[in-house]
Design a protein around this ligand. Sequence first.
Ligand SMILES: [Zn+2]
Length: 67
Amino acid sequence: MKLKFFSFIPHAHKWHNIRISRKGAISPTGRAYFSTHVEAQCKGCGERLHKIYYRDISDAQAIRWLG
Ligand SMILES: [Zn+2]
């Protein structure tokens, strides 16, 4: 299985199926803030990524930060 074998080789993940969602939240101190959830899947090895940034970032920035 090519896909499985490839996952053992160090590689730069190629993220696709990128989903970006934003949620408002209230911190324990009562301050409101935004969190940006970024979900993606690697084309090469199928690894899933779920990152949460505790600020409101643009889609372009989120995609850039995936590496
Ligand atoms: Zn990968």
